[in-house]
Design a protein around this ligand. Structure first.
Ligand code: M6R
Length: 606
């Protein structure tokens, strides 16, 4: 999704802004632009393509100044092109925007009748026109900006500057925006990693906040101009955590960070000795008395929900209903008092997940966020939050967020099990002990993963993959298939293995690779039978198992083993080789692994 950065201080803005844009590249974009203010004049540049191309374009000079805005655009209204790239200007007002202005057509029509001319196909372009119009009415800049924003329906994070004054006005509604506070300098950004190397001190703006940055202290108001107080938070993530650290891609680095990420997610929350679990911000009565638990999310985080359902229903006998966030609120779900709504999101900014959270709050049920980003909308607005301590996830394809989400859900299961006396202390202690072995087991998979890269070479001309798994490994294979399709652009479908004969079996021939996760659990025999069915049709099976002597091993194309663990924790291990398979195929094909086409890291529009 679009990325916004802004700077006001005593250093040259251009390099600071372009460096910050580079760090937002992971969000996904198709064009980029910059505006730099200098003594009453604004120089702008914008173009289709990468931030590096923009850097080259501005390196010729003419971009001197200590105030500016920059933007990466992910097209929603209008094709990727120079004319649709941000910033957009009207009169002396220049704007960058993330979000969607839902009533832009009617505003455009109205302004056109008043004589305004529009140069792009974007919804954004109405914003500078509205601000300029209010400036011309005689309002001061901040007031004109607020008046313009009050006319908008939809979502936005905006940065606005004008030629006539050294001021940056920024605001947010349902799109993320933070303010970074440095030494006599201020930043705005869509996300913390953009400016982590510049400051660790941030203000997380709330919806309808407007911040006015001039030399001196920042002023924050509501949309009417009333002052509002916002706390300054200090972030512990370091800039280096958001760097590649010698890996070719962020995704590979993040796959290899999983032992640390999972260990960090457990730290301070589990004590094996007495079988206790502690969470920082949970309402115990609401959770422990839950009549029914809803788990709602998008993409990879939704797969974590499905795994949570398996764990909790099997062990606690509490019904869990899962839903894709974009479906949830439109189907009028039967939410009742005593229900708990768990919302899972790496970014904490996914628009559909936030909308689902708001639906839950509106209906008066307890909302619990499972989230990776401190200060994100989900983290701030849920009634309770449990953080995954994965560290910044930059690659668009989610990896360490997924395995830490499963780890959190596992701990929540033990926590609720203990509180409701549905699991005794001995069992909880055994489960904690097993959980503690998981980082080492993930490390063992990573250490022995060379054969996966070798195997990947055989599939570079393949057009389709089928993924099969059962039980708690069905969402794991769905996740494996999602990883492959999003970064390699190879079509991959995942099915519950028992469902294969109800349709997808028609696809099987000698050209179709079939990835099967088949652990040594109660579904082992059934999955062996499914593998037989694939082999009988000359399908090529890639088997992933924890069984030392899987009976199908000698008959399949290749076998990858992972360590054994309890049923509930299997997906944390089984998904690692699937992440690696997807990564190596995509890397060998030469796709843009960290920023796959058409995708955004943080999907902040519905
Ligand atoms: O930040 P979130 O966890 O809410 O993001 C949800 C999905 O957009 C995300 O998981 C997406 O599916 C990833 N690209 C998958 O790798």
């Amino acid at each position: 999704m679009c990325g916004i950065v802004g700077y006001l201080g005593n250093k040259q803005a251009c390099d600071i802004l372009i460096d910050a844009l580079k760090r937002l590249e992971y969000r996904g974009y198709d064009s980029a632009g910059i505006a730099v203010w200098d003594n009453g004049a604004i120089a702008t540049a914008r173009q289709e393509g990468k931030v590096d191309d923009l850097r080259k374009a501005v390196s010729a000079g003419g971009f001197k100044g200590t105030l500016g805005l920059a933007h990466t655009r992910w097209a929603t209204h209008g094709m990727p092109s120079e004319r649709n790239a941000h910033p957009h200007t009207a009169g002396d007002v220049t704007v960058v925007h993330n979000g969607i202005i839902e009533n832009y057509i009617e505003i455009k029509e109205r302004l056109r009748k008043e004589g305004h001319t529009f140069l792009s196909d974007t919804d954004t372009e109405v914003i500078p026109h509205l601000v300029m119009r209010h400036v011309e009415e005689g309002r001061d800049f901040a007031d004109a900006a607020r008046a313009a924003l009050r006319e908008l329906k939809g979502s936005y994070a905006v940065g606005i500057i004008r030629e006539k004054e050294r001021t940056l006005v920024a605001a947010k509604k349902e799109s993320p925006l933070i303010v970074g506070i440095g030494d006599e300098e201020y930043f705005i950004a869509s996300d913390v990693p953009a400016i982590l190397d510049r400051t660790k001190r941030f203000i997380f703006l709330e919806d309808n906040d407007v911040v006015i940055l001039r030399d001196g202290l920042p002023v924050i108001t509501d949309m009417e101009g009333n002052p509002v107080e916002r706390a300054v938070s200090t972030i512990t993530w370091t800039g280096a955590m958001a760097e590649k650290g010698g890996y070719k891609h962020f995704m590979l680095k993040e796959i290899f960070e999983q032992p640390r990420a999972i260990a960090d997610t457990l730290i301070g929350r589990v004590t094996e000795e007495d079988g206790q679990l502690e969470f920082e911000d949970l309402s115990l009565p609401d959770l422990a008395k839950a009549r029914k638990i809803w788990m709602v999310a998008c993409g990879t985080s939704y797969h974590a929900c499905m795994i949570g359902k398996h764990m909790i229903e099997a062990n606690l006998r509490i019904p869990v209903e899962t839903d894709i966030a974009s479906e949830f609120r439109y189907r009028n779900p039967i939410l009742e008092k005593g229900d708990v709504l768990v919302l899972i999101s790496q970014s904490g900014e996914t628009a559909d997940t936030i909308a689902a959270m708001k639906e839950g709050k509106k209906r008066g049920i307890y909302t619990l966020g499972v989230c990776n980003v401190v200060g994100s909308t989900l983290a701030r607005e849920c009634d309770g939050v449990v953080f995954t301590h994965a560290g910044p996830e930059i690659g668009v394809a989610s990896t360490k967020a997924f395995t830490t989400q499963i780890s959190v859900l596992y701990m929540l299961m033990l926590y609720i099990g203990g509180k409701l006396h549905k699991m005794d202390r001995t069992r909880i202690k055994e489960n904690i002990r097993e959980m503690r072995t998981i980082p080492h087991k993930v490390q063992a998979i990573l250490n022995g993963s060379g054969s996966i890269e070798e195997a990947a070479r055989s599939f570079l001309t393949v057009k389709d993959f089928l993924y099969l798994g059962r039980g708690i490994n069905y969402p794991a294979v769905q996740e494996g298939a999602l990883k492959l399709k999003e970064i390699s652009y190879i079509h991959a479908e995942a099915y519950a293995a028992g469902e294969m004969k109800h349709g997808p079996i028609a696809l099987i021939d000698e050209n179709l690779p079939v990835v099967v996760v088949s652990p040594n659990d109660s579904t082992y025999r059934k999955t062996c039978a499914n593998i037989e069915e694939v082999l009988a049709r000359r399908g090529k099976v890639l088997l992933f198992t924890d069984h030392e002597s899987h009976e199908m091993a000698s008959r399949v194309e290749s076998v990858f083993t992972f360590p054994s663990t309890t049923y509930e924790l299997q997906p944390v291990l089984s998904v690692i080789p699937l992440q690696l398979l997807a990564y190596h195929i995509a890397n060998l094909l030469g796709t843009d692994v960290d920023q796959p086409r058409n995708l955004a890291k943080s999907v902040t529009v519905e």
